[in-house]
Design a protein around this ligand. Structure first.
Ligand code: PEP
Ligand code: MG
Length: 944
C-alpha cells in the first residue's frame, strides 16, 4: 500500500554531524570536502605528545586526536595524573588505507622520535633489561565506539624485558602475568590466533597446578604458560612471537588501524551513523599497573548514574586487575563506593578529580582509572553515554545546580533519545501478579518482553519472521551488535553495570539487565535453568530494565508515563520525568526559530499532537478519513460510478463525514493552523486487489453461484483492471485526480469551509490551509485554485459567514522546485513533500527501496536511508532552490516540510539552515523535532 512509510529507524544524531549539516546553505562544497579523507600533504603534524602537565593537543581536537586522545591531552594540561604518551592522529589511519596498509617512512620517524621523548618522560626504556618501558596501544575515534576496535596492553615485553620488570618490581608473578597477557592479546589481535587456543592452554596449566582462580597461579606456572603461548603463536600465527619492541609497536599500531574496518566496527558505525572516513587515532601510553597486588586495582565509572540520571558516584573496580578485566565482564567487579574503605586516599582523589572534570566539561564524565600501589592514574575521560531518561534528568539537574544555563542544557540531550521516554512499560498490576524469577543489575531502563534467543544471529532471524525476542547471553561481545539492535531487550548472566551489554544497551536505549547470576545458561543446549526450572529457546521472558526484575512470562506493556500524562490518564504532578521533559522542551521552545507542526489525519491524533506541543498541523491526509468505518463502500461507489451525476451522489454522502472529521481536527488544534491536503493516492488503493477478486470470482463460479453478488464482483474487477497502472506512483494521483474529477476537489473544499464556517459561528477560530498535492506546473495549481476559490465563496455565502483560508501546494516533484517562482504566483504557501521528492529525485521507489538499500549501504553507495534522513546534496538542493525561487515569486510565502524527514533530527538542522518556517512530523516525533530545532538554532549561533 502506497501510504505505508519506510520505517524510520531510530538513529542517534551526532551533534557534530548536525553542525556539519547546519552549515549547509553554502554547503555543496563543504559537504563534499567533508566526505574526503584528510590528505597527507595538508597536515604536517601526525603525532601529538602529552606528558608532565603539558600536551600538544586539547579537548577541541577530537577530529585529529579522537575522543580518547583529546581527553588525555586535556587532562594532562589540567595537571591531572595521566601517564605520559602520544597520540597518532586519525589522518594516519586514512593514509594507512590510502597507501594499501603501509605507513610512510616520514611518519614512522615521527613516531620513533616521540617514542624517545616518551622514554625520557617515563624514565624507562622499551625492551630494557633493568627498567623496561611498557606501553598500551589503544584505538580512539572521534565518537566513542565501546569495545568495537582493538587494544593491546603491556607492549614492550619480551624474553629479557620480562626479567627486567621482575627485578624492578621485585614481583615475578606480576611480570610473567603481564607477559602472558601481552602474548595472548598480541597473538589474538595482531596475529589473529583464536582466543580459545590460548584459553585452552591456560586452563590446562590451571588444572595441572590445581589453581582455582587465575590469581592462584604462581611465577613458575606463569612462566610455563608464557612458553606454551609462544608455541601457539608460532603454530597458529605462522611466525615467532616478535621480540623487538619497535616491531611490536608497528604491528600493534597497524592492527588497531585494521580494526577500524572490522565487521563489528562497521556495523556499529552503520547503526550510529558514524562516517567511515573519519578514521581512528592510536594512543600509545606508558602502562601503569592495576595488577601488581592488593594495593592496586583498576576501574571505570560515571560522575552520575547513566541509567537513571541520579546524582550518585557510579562505577566499578577490581583489585589486582587490568582494565580489560572490568569491561570484559569476566570477573564481577565491586561497586566503586567500596573503594572508599579499601583505599580511602585514592578514592577521595578520584572523586575530587572527576567532580572537577564534570564541571570543566559541563557534562557527565565516563572515566577510567588505574591505581598502582595506591597511586591514582587517570586513563580516560569522556562525555558519558546515557539513556534518554538519564539525559533529561541530568540536563535539568545541571541547570538547578547552576552547572549550565538552560541554553547549554538543551545541547546535552540527543533529540533522538527522547523517543526512549515514550516507550511503553509494563502494566504495574499485571507485573506485580507474576513472581520474580531472578534479579540482575538494572543496566538500561524500559520494559522488554519476548521469546528467548541465545545468539545474535537467531535474534535477527526470528525478528525477520515477525517475532519479538529477548537476547539472553552469558555475556555479550561486540560481535553481538546486530542481535542486540533488533532484540526487545538484552539479558546477561555475568558482567557489571559497565560491561559491554550494559554500555551498549544503554546507548541503544534498549532495556537491559546484566549480571543476573541466577541464570545458568547453556548456550549450546539453547536453554537456561533458573531455580530448578528450564527455559528453552522460544519460551517467553520479560524484564524491567529499571528495577532489574526478571519474570518467566509474556507480559503486556502499557504506555510510558509521559504518554499517560499527555493522554490525560495521569496527572503531571505524579510524574517527575514528565515535568522534567516538559521543562527541557520549554527551554527548547525559547531558542528555536522553526515552527514544529504535526502530521495528523484524525481528531484524536490532532489532540495528541497539540499536547506534545505541535504548533499546527502541517499535513492532514484526507484520504485516510475514507478508510474509516463504513466509508470504503461509499468511496468505492464513487470510484465505480459511470457518470458524473452518480459520482456526485456518492461524494455527497462523504461530505458530512469529512466535514465532521475536519471539525474535530480543527478543534483538536485549538486555533492553530491546519493544513488539509486534497485527495492524493491513486484510486485503485480504495478497491480490492485484482488477484483477490479473481480468486473470489473463480471460487463462486466453481461453487455454481450466480446472481447480484457475483455480478458486483465482476463489475469491480472490470473497474480495477481499468484503473490498473504500470507505475501508479507516477500515474493518476495527486493534483491529476482533482483535475480529472473536479467534483472531488469541490466536495473536499465544501467540507473544509463548512466546518470552518460553523466553528467560526461557535466562536472557535480556524484558519484552514488547503493544500494541493503533486503540483509540477503552475497551471495545475491554477486549475484547482479556481475551483477552491469558487466553492469557498459559494459555501461562505450559503453559511452566511466569512472565514480566512489559504490555498497552497506541496512541492514534491522536482519540476515544482525548479519553477517555484511561477508556482508561488498562485500558492500562498509551500510544503515540501520530501517523501515523494526523494522518490522522484533519486528515482527510487519508496516502497521498493528495501530490496536494495542494505546492499547500497554495505557498498557505501549510500551512507544512510534517504527516506529517513534528507539527502542534503541532491534532494536538499532542490529544497533550497524551491525556497529561493518560491520566495522570489512571493516574498512572504510560508514554507514548511511534511515528509517523514520532519521528525529526523539531522534533517531538521538542514531545514533550519535553508530558512523554512516549520517542519511537520508525526505526533510522537514532535518532541524530537522541538529539541532538534532548538539545537539547530543554537548551533548556527555558535561563535556569535
Ligand atoms: C510526501 O510525499 O513527502 C508527503 C508528505 O506526501 P505522502 O507521503 O502522502 O505522499
Ligand atoms: Mg507525497
Amino acid at each position: 500500500m502506497r501510504t505505508a512509510k519506510p520505517q524510520a529507524r531510530a538513529q542517534v544524531a551526532k551533534l557534530a554531524k548536525l553542525a556539519k549539516l547546519a552549515k549547509s546553505p553554502k554547503s555543496k562544497k563543504s559537504a563534499r570536502s567533508a566526505s574526503k579523507p584528510v590528505r597527507a600533504a595538508k597536515v604536517k603534524q601526525y603525532v601529538y605528545f602529552f606528558a608532565n602537565g603539558k600536551a600538544d593537543g586539547n579537548r577541541n581536537m577530537k577530529d585529529v586526536l579522537g575522543g580518547k586522545g583529546a581527553g588525555l591531552a586535556e587532562m594532562t594540561n589540567a595537571g591531572l595524573p595521566v601517564p605520559p604518551g602520544f597520540t597518532i592522529s586519525t589522518a594516519v589511519c586514512n593514509i594507512y588505507y590510502e597507501q594499501h596498509a603501509r605507513i610512510p617512512a616520514a611518519i614512522d620517524r615521527e613516531i620513533d622520535e616521540h617514542l624517545k621523548r616518551l622514554e625520557t618522560a617515563a624514565g624507562a626504556k622499551l625492551g630494557s633489561t633493568e627498567n623496561p618501558l611498557l606501553v598500551s596501544v589503544r584505538s580512539g575515534a572521534k565518537f566513542s565506539m565501546p569495545g568495537m576496535m582493538d587494544t593491546i596492553l603491556n607492549l614492550g615485553l619480551n624474553d629479557v624485558a620480562v626479567e627486567g620488570l621482575k627485578q624492578r618490581t621485585r614481583n615475578g608473578r606480576f611480570a610473567f602475568d603481564s607477559y602472558r597477557r601481552f602474548i595472548q592479546m598480541f597473538g589474538n589481535v595482531v596475529l589473529e590466533v583464536p582466543k580459545d587456543a590460548f584459553e585452552h592452554e591456560f586452563d590446562a596449566v590451571k588444572r595441572a597446578t590445581g589453581a582455582k582462580l587465575d590469581t592462584d597461579l604462581d611465577e613458575a606456572a606463569l612462566r610455563d604458560i608464557v612458553e606454551r603461548f609462544k608455541r601457539i603463536v608460532l603454530q597458529r600465527g605462522g611466525r615467532d612471537f616478535p621480540q623487538d619492541p619497535s616491531e611490536q609497536l608497528k604491528m600493534a599500531r597497524n592492527a588497531v588501524f585494521r580494526s577500524w574496518m572490522n565487521p563489528r566496527a562497521k556495523e556499529y558505525r552503520r547503526i550510529y551513523d558514524i562516517p567511515d572516513h573519519i578514521g581512528t587515532a592510536v594512543n600509545v601510553q606508558m602502562m601503569v599497573f592495576g595488577n601488581t597486588g592488593e594495593r592496586s586495582g583498576t576501574g571505570v565509572g560515571f560522575t552520575r548514574n547513566p541509567a537513571t540520571g541520579r546524582k550518585e558516584f557510579f562505577g566499578e573496580f577490581l583489585i589486582n586487575a587490568q582494565g580489560e578485566d572490568v569491561v570484559a565482564g569476566i570477573r564481577t567487579p565491586q561497586p566503586i563506593r567500596e573503594l572508599e574503605s579499601v583505599m580511602p586516599n585514592a578514592y577521595k582523589q578520584l572523586r575530587d578529580i572527576t567532580t572537577r572534570l564534570e564541571k570543566h566539561y559541563k557534562d557527565v564524565q565516563d572515566f577510567e582509572f588505574t591505581i598502582q600501589d595506591e597511586r591514582l592514574f587517570m586513563l580516560q575521560t569522556r562525555s558519558g553515554k546515557r539513556t534518554g531518561y538519564a539525559a533529561v534528568f541530568i540536563a535539568t539537574d545541571f541547570v538547578t545546580e547552576k552547572l549550565v544555563t538552560p541554553k547549554e542544557a538543551i545541547l546535552l540531550v540527543d533529540p533522538e533519545s527522547l523517543n526512549q521516554l515514550l516507550a511503553p512499560g509494563f502494566d504495574p498490576d499485571e507485573w506485580k501478579r507474576i513472581p520474580t524469577a531472578t534479579r540482575g543489575l538494572p543496566a538500561s531502563p524500559g520494559a522488554a518482553s519476548g521469546q528467548v534467543v541465545f545468539t545474535a544471529d537467531h535474534a535477527v532471524e526470528w525478528t525477520r519472521q515477525g517475532k519479538q525476542v529477548v537476547l539472553v547471553r552469558r555475556e555479550t561481545v561486540p560481535d553481538d551488535i546486530h542481535g542486540m539492535f533488533v532484540a526487545q531487550g538484552i539479558l546477561t548472566a555475568t558482567g557489571g553495570m559497565t560491561s559491554h551489554a550494559a554500555v551498549v544497551g544503554r546507548q541503544m536505549g534498549k532495556p537491559s539487565i546484566v549480571g543476573a547470576g541466577g541464570l545458568q545458561i547453556d548456550e549450546a543446549g539453547r536453554q537456561f535453568r533458573i531455580d530448578g526450572q528450564t527455559v528453552k529457546e522460544g519460551d517467553y521472558v520479560s524484564f524491567d530494565g529499571l528495577t532489574g526484575e526478571v519474570k518467566l512470562a509474556q507480559v503486556a506493556s502499557k504506555p510510558s508515563e509521559i504518554l499517560q500524562v499527555v493522554n490525560g490518564t495521569l496527572d503531571a504532578s505524579q510524574s517527575e520525568i514528565y515535568r522534567r521533559f516538559e521543562t527541557l522542551l520549554s527551554w527548547a521552545d525559547r531558542y528555536r526559530r522553526l515552527g514544529v507542526y504535526a502530521n495528523a489525519d484524525l481528531p484524536d491524533q490532532a489532540e495528541l499532537a497539540y499536547r506534545f506541543g505541535a504548533g499546527g498541523i502541517g499535513l492532514c491526509r484526507t484520504e485516510h478519513m475514507f478508510f474509516g468505518e463504513g466509508r470504503i463502500p461509499i468511496m468505492q461507489r464513487m470510484i465505480l460510478a459511470d457518470t458524473e451525476a452518480d459520482r456526485r451522489t456518492a461524494l455527497n454522502e462523504l461530505l458530512p463525514l469529512q466535514r465532521d472529521d475536519f471539525s474535530g481536527v480543527f478543534k483538536g488544534m485549538h486555533g492553530q493552523p491546519v493544513t488539509i491536503r486534497t485527495i492524493d493516492p491513486p484510486l485503485h488503493e480504495f478497491l480490492p486487489k485484482r488477484e483477490d477478486l479473481m480468486v473470489d470470482i473463480a471460487r463462486m463460479e466453481a461453487l455454481g453461484k450466480s446472481g447480484s453478488e457475483l455480478d458486483e464482483k465482476k463489475r469491480l474487477l472490470a473497474r480495477v483492471e481499468q484503473l490498473h497502472e504500470f507505475n501508479p506512483m507516477l500515474g493518476h494521483r495527486g493534483v491529476r485526480l482533482g483535475i480529472t474529477y473536479p467534483e472531488i476537489t469541490e466536495m473536499q473544499t465544501r467540507a473544509i469551509i463548512e466546518a470552518a464556517c460553523r466553528l467560526n459561528k461557535e466562536g472557535v477560530k480556524v484558519v484552514p490551509e488547503i493544500m494541493i498535492p503533486l503540483v509540477g506546473t503552475v497551471k495545475e495549481l491554477r486549475d484547482q485554485k479556481t475551483i477552491v476559490d469558487r466553492v469557498a465563496a459559494e459555501t461562505m455565502k450559503a453559511e452566511g459567514v466569512r472565514v480566512k483560508y489559504l490555498v497552497g501546494t506541496m512541492i514534491e516533484v522536482p519540476r515544482g522546485s525548479l519553477v517555484a517562482d511561477q508556482i508561488a504566483q498562485e500558492a500562498e504557501f509551500f510544503s515540501f513533500g520530501t517523501n515523494d521528492l526523494t522518490q522522484l529525485t533519486f528515482g527510487f521507489s519508496r516502497d521498493d527501496i528495501g530490496k536494495f538499500l542494505k546492499i547500497y549501504q554495505d557498498k557505501k553507495i549510500l551512507e544512510k536511508d534517504p527516506f529517513a534522513s534528507i539527502d542534503v546534496e541532491g534532494v536538499g538542493d532542490l529544497v533550497r532552490i524551491g525556497v529561493e525561487r518560491g520566495r522570489k515569486g512571493r516574498p512572504d510565502l510560508k514554507i514548511g516540510i511534511c515528509g517523514e524527514h520532519g521528525g529526523d533530527a539531522a534533517s531538521v538542522h538542514f531545514f533550519h539552515s535553508v530558512g523554512l518556517d516549520y517542519v511537520s512530523a508525526s505526533p510522537y516525533r514532535v518532541p524530537v523535532a522541538r529539541l532538534a530545532a532548538a539545537q539547530a538554532a543554537l548551533a548556527v549561533k555558535v561563535g556569535d
